[in-house]
Write a protein that binds this ligand. Structure first.
Ligand SMILES: N[C@@H](CCC(=O)N[C@@H](CS)C(=O)NCC(=O)O)C(=O)O
Length: 207
């Protein structure tokens, strides 16, 4: 198993999931430039991370990879089983993080991609902060009466939230102002699996 990742990105979630699975894997950290090279584009035509390769089959899209790993390694209990209680919540939150929260961050990190007005990037970022706050508030409220996103049990939803909540520490309203998310990030950051991921990336927890 091989993961193509980059430090601090959403691919961190897949890296955490591989640590939780506990089987041998390798990781290659790519630069933004390497993600656009023809060899890599053959694996991931979007030119982004993550890409997960197993038995020479490349898998792309963080959400799809997390669903796949959950079903391929049931013994690792990365999420609820197909047809089981909570599976719909599992789809819901992976979709929300990947399809709603994550794109809001693009406006913050690469605002120039979302306006043709050279003077307009600051306004794009400001708009993103409003949208990110709306999504993080929803997540924080959800976590008010449960320790993990799916209830009492940790899952790859929490792994996907980890990098996205970590990005928020650099925003005008930092993640520390969402107490339940902040608490979950702290608990995950103290895990050996997450420490191993940070070591491999050469990064540190934001908490
Ligand atoms: N929809 C894709 C988005 C992946 C994505 O945006 N990855 C970012 C890192 S978090 C990236 O590689 N960005 C490089 C770029 O946009 O050029 C997924 O969920 O896998």
């Amino acid at each position: 198993m091989k993961l193509y990742s980059a430090p601090g990105t959403c691919a961190t979630a897949i890296h955490i999931a591989l640590e939780w699975i506990g089987k041998p894997y390798e990781v290659e950290h790519l630069s933004m430039k390497q993600m656009k090279e023809p060899e890599y584009l053959k694996l991931n035509p979007s030119g982004v991370v993550p890409t997960f390769v197993n038995n020479e089959i490349p898998y792309t899209e963080a959400a799809a990879i997390l669903f796949h790993l959950t079903d391929a390694f049931p013994e690792a209990e990365l999420g609820p089983a197909v047809g089981g209680e909570n599976r719909a919540e599992f789809y819901r939150w992976i979709s929300f993080l990947s399809g709603t929260l994550h794109p809001y961050y693009w406006l913050h990190f690469v605002p120039s991609r979302f306006t043709t007005d050279e003077e307009g990037t600051e306004a794009v970022q400001e708009a993103s902060h409003v949208m990110i706050d709306k999504a993080l508030t929803q997540i924080d409220n959800h976590l008010a009466n449960r320790p993990y996103m799916l209830g009492e049990k940790k899952s790859v939803v929490d792994a996907l939230l980890y990098p996205m909540a970590s990005w928020g520490y650099g925003l005008p309203k930092p993640t520390s102002e969402y107490p339940n998310i902040h608490d979950l990030v702290k608990r995950l950051a103290s895990e050996e699996a997450v420490t191993n991921v940070h070591r491999s990336q050469g990064t540190h927890p934001k908490v």
